[in-house]
Design a protein around this ligand. Structure first.
Ligand code: ADP
Length: 301
């Protein structure tokens, strides 16, 4: 196969590993800087140009689209889909997962367990918004935050009111979520490929911190997940329409709760922790399921 990896930086661990795994399995792999691709959308034959030349002959495309380039990245991916190139994850599914409110609404509609979550643009009644998620302690999240930045734990309702007011004053969209105390500062990353969880790890926050992000000093370790957690992760990826996803789960005393479904999950932490060849399994998925004109939506919808 000839595989394109859409990535801004060929030196990133995940990008490097995907290139390496593809080449090891006998494929031609080309890294394309997402923001340097340009397109002709008026033509009957949708084209993508890169560094002065048309990009042609690809069988599959692996999108590694960062949160800050979602809009343009999805447009480039859509253009590949219109050409019939098989995407590891479809543009429509990536756009769905990047809109945190839409993602939670879709998951809740299909009965996937979630922390009780409220959101509002500018409520006249902040105390009522707080009561909707069962009062303090609660977690407030800036919608476009990543790596745990913009995630605040408020122990009291008074603190929550002030923080909500502050974010609203800054015109930041936020969501308000029940705090899952019994998770003990840990979450579980389930790496889904196709209809399987192929690797999972537990991330534990450093002492005195509730956010388990590795960027916030959290540590990762191996974990055996329960059949219910496995099923929840697979279901969450399926609801989003993602073939490959990193599903983050909190262990609550009423079962697994999905916090987020990530459409470009990083490979470094999960490969280092589990010792599994996750990149190889992703390429294997493309070998088994890819092919010309097999994309479900062709960028529609
Ligand atoms: P980001 O997308 O920025 O990583 P998350 O929503 O994943 O933000 O939150 C960061 C971390 O904070 C999570 O990995 C988890 O450890 C903790 N956390 C988030 N939401 C809750 C919650 N409702 N209850 C308990 N812990 C939470």
């Amino acid at each position: 196969m000839k595989i394109a990896v859409l990535s801004r930086n060929p030196r990133l661990y995940s990008t490097r590993r995907l290139v390496e795994a593809g080449q090891q399995r006998g494929h031609e792999v080309v890294v394309i800087d997402t923001l340097r691709a340009y397109m002709n959308i008026a033509s009957h034959k949708p084209q993508i140009h890169y560094r002065g030349k048309p990009l042609e002959g690809f069988d599959a495309v692996i999108p590694r689209i960062g949160a800050s380039v979602t809009f343009y990245g999805c447009a480039v991916l859509r253009q590949f889909e219109m050409q019939g190139v098989f995407p590891l994850n479809e543009s429509v599914a990536i756009a769905r997962s990047r809109d945190k409110l839409r993602a939670l609404q879709l998951l809740s509609r299909r009965g996937v367990g979630l922390p009780v979550t409220g959101f509002a643009h500018s409520p006249d009644d902040i105390p009522d918004l707080i009561q909707m998620v069962n009062g303090a302690p609660l977690v407030i999240k800036v919608l476009e935050g990543t790596q745990g930045i913009g995630v605040v734990l408020c122990e009291t309702e008074k603190a929550a009111e002030s923080v909500i007011e502050a974010f609203m004053g800054l015109k930041q969209d936020i969501m308000v979520q029940e705090y899952i105390k019994e998770a003990g500062g840990a979450d579980i990353r389930c790496f889904v490929v196709g209809d399987k969880v192929i690797a999972s790890m537990k991330r534990q926050a450093k002492p005195g911190e509730f956010r388990s992000n590795l960027h916030r000093g959290g540590t990762a370790s191996l974990i055996k997940i329960t059949p219910e957690e496995r099923m929840t992760a697979i279901r969450a990826a399926k609801v989003m329409g993602l073939n490959v996803a990193g599903v983050d789960i909190l262990r609550s005393n009423h079962g697994p709760l999905v916090m987020e479904v990530n459409s470009s999950p990083g490979l470094a932490g999960i490969e280092e922790t589990t010792g599994k060849d996750v990149a190889g399994l992703i390429i294997e998925y493309l070998e088994k399921n890819g092919g010309p004109h097999l994309t479900r939506t062709k960028g529609k919808g």
